[in-house]
Design a protein around this ligand. Sequence first.
Ligand code: HDE
Length: 704
Amino acid sequence: MDEQTINQNSKSDRLCKFITENQDEKLTTDLGVKLTNTDDSLKAGERGPTLLEDFHFREKLTHFDHERIPERVVHARGFGVHGFFQVYECMKEYTKAKFLQVPSAITPVFVRFSTVVGSRGSADTVRDIRGFATKFYTEDGNYDLVGNNIPVFFIQDAIKFPDLVHAIKPEPDREVPQASSAHDTFWDFVVNTPETAHTVMWLMSDRAIPRSFRMMEGFGVNTFRFVNEQGVSRFVKFHWKPLLGVHSLVWDEAQKLAGKNPDFHRRDIWEAINNGEYPQYELGIQMIEEKDEFNLGFDILDPTKIWPEEVIPVKIIGKMTLNRNVDNFFSETEQVAFCPANLVPGIDLSSDSLLQGRLFSYLDTQLTRLGGPNFHEIPINRPVAPVHNNQRDGFHRMSINPGKVSYFPNSLAGSCPMPASVEENGYEHYAEKVNGEKTRSRSDSFRDHFSQAALFWNSMSSAEKKHIVDAFRFEVGSVTDKQIRQRVVDMFNNVDNTLAQQIAAGIGAESPPAGASGNTARSPALSQENTIKTAESRKIAILAENGFNHAELTKIMDFLKGAKVCFEIVSKDLGTIRSTDNKELTVGKSYLTTASVNYDAVYIAGGKDCAGAIAGQGDAIHFINEAYKHAKPIGAAGEGIDVLASTQIKGISIVMSDLGAASDAGVVMTRNTADLTEFCNEFLGAVSQHRHWQRENYKDSIPA
Ligand code: HDE
């Protein structure tokens, strides 16, 4: 498929075509009988009982009664989008996977982002790992890269997955709490399962509250293999790197969003794609030669370990662009079925026992969820590669297979369909040499649970460390069992003594003596401080009322548009507002219909009456204070600056005078509305920074 065809399939084009083609269509039953009425059931007399013979009524209600299918046991809440992938250069040296050979070739993809723990109706912004599952529709069949936004996992062996999930899901007696790990059973599991330490560190970090699906990394987590035409295999880990950088929410903001805008993440990506701001991610790989399997100081089959990027560099090999929203959530996002065993020639597995268990679980769970073995025939799951085999029958079979031969070998159908040779790109499993005795035990090389948890902690900035401590205090502080709280402190003392002491101080536990790992290694790639920073596609609330300065605001809006920054006018009431020179502006949201948590930054418009009206509204002042608390950039020009006198921001070193273009921890102001160039650039810089953590209270800060 080429790029043009993919873009031609844009949603609005397809909708227009659908409406034109179906203008004359009439309402029918499921069997095509035209209907005259769907508002009244067939009754014995106008006020009489409904008749059983009303086939339309029965069909409509029966279908409705069966509209729900079981939600996924994990990753129930998700959001899917279409796109395409292109490799940058031929990867022949490492893999024979065809979709990784030709830079001009375009492979369609479907990506489903998800949270893990919550039910389908839970909020987007909860503290959780995010799923990042990609289906590549390649000419050699479907390849699924079923990853997460955190590169490690809680457990080392799939046999513990049901225990982990039972512990983290709502407690079964009351089904409380929803979509949260802040409860006794999860932390009980953690303190009894030290291998969780590294992933728990990530879960307590800002990574678990992403700003957007567009601004998070993806990781294949498990170790896979690339195999080239010569049959040479290398161990591989997969990475998705977002071109918008990796950014997060603030915990207080995430919690508020869960109430005010529980669809925050799906809305964000839906709107971005509809606005033509297509999220892009580069695909990266880390590779280890077979001969180096045992040279890293940890077991490369252990999914609780990263391969530090500074040791094994990430080679960027291609780019994915997400450019089309789904037409129907259920048909596509809900029915898509991923499985790590969906491989194509050139990509193979490792013996990682977490991965080995996953290979079984996904297909198995889909048999129940999608009602039988034919879910590969649902449009979103169908490969673009042709399918020929002797699989037959089962619930919801769509294909009509002609002929009487459904077995192999056969003579009656000339032995068709017949197996392909390796030269014809038939899938051949890598001939890994394995030997061993049957045993239910774990290799000693899987026993170090704290070194990389410490590596993660050491690599964080002061702000990131503070967020981790706060998250622990919130989560473990929500645990009712005192013993478990103490055991968390003791367990994480193996990671870092300062961390353990800080947690203890916040939850009333005993402070443990020094005794931590003593690991001082760092990996700068782990800190979000070192990510890409851009204001592109960020969303700014422009607070304005009647009497705004039209010339000033037009300049600001034009500048933001030019810099591809989104904005929305927020005002007391919906409708329109007028400037001093009687120019009209449409209000996007009122204070009742939005909140500061929906935006990345705030701009306060000038104009004497406008500023006076903003300053006089409690809702507007709360809006600014809240954005300030969440470390967001705040811009003000002309009389807009005067509004700040009514806020908490005045507490910091803002001088209410002509500042030119001045900035204080992301607060950017100017009195000079005649020339806004310098101000605009400063403000844009502050927005690119994303958050200005210097503003947070560092009384008890932890050195980076
Ligand atoms: Fe999954 N996982 N998982 N998982 N997982 C599922 O499959 C499972 C794990 C991941 O958007 C289920 O169709 C086991 C790691 C994503 O549809 C289920 C183990 C990683 C999604 C399942 C793991 C993932 C799932 C539930 C431990 C990151 C959502 C519904 C061995 C690499 C895919 C379904 C989507 C979904 C099993 C651990 C990623 C039950 C047994 C590690 C992104 O089959």
